[in-house]
Write a protein that binds this ligand. Sequence first.
Ligand code: TYD
Length: 216
Amino acid sequence: MKTGDSPRTGTVPILASISGVFISFEGLDGCGKTTQAALLAEAAAAAGREVVPVREPGGTSPGERVRAILLDPALEIEPWAEALLYAAARAQLVAEVIRPALERGATVIADRYVDSSLAYQGCARGLGVDEVLAVNRVATRGLLPDRTVLLVLGAGEAAGRRGEPDRIEAEGSEFHTRVADGFADAARRFPERIAVVDASGTRDQVAERVRAAVGL
Ligand code: TYD
């Protein structure tokens, strides 16, 4: 578990530690992070760890209601209202699920976390990465993952893997290019935490790269 963003060594095998470990998966819609998060959860459970998978937005009763608002294509939501709703769902998830799990020594595997807000709201919506980070520091009380796996796939390839679009996925290709820029910026900002992983190839090839990135 990590509070704040002091530097740490990128090569530390995160899952070798015996205390609570927090891993997040990030990337464009369609990059395969949900599949890879599930595969890592299976591998960590097989290695004897208690695994707590979470997904954002959502993962709690209040958070799932906020998710329904956020992804409803019929709603027009102002960019700052959107950013604050994501942060509200996250605040609930951290307090109700993530922090207690880390405190009892579990491995938390999150399908999206703060970096999604930096990329989608801070960068693609143009709210400013520093401003969105500041709001999220308050919402999470400074909790950042030990390791973030950023799955990188060309925007066209990711779009081709998506199903029926939700409110955010329905944005145009320029929006998704800005999201990809936002993730690249986050990876430069937090090089010790964020491992950039090539998401092309087969499911098993990517899973192997992910396990190497987290030291499992
Ligand atoms: P996701 O759970 O990946 O959607 P799905 O279950 O359909 O794969 O995320 C939902 C959408 O919310 C996705 O388009 C990205 C967006 N999002 C943000 O814009 N900001 C955030 O902070 C988060 C967590 C997600």
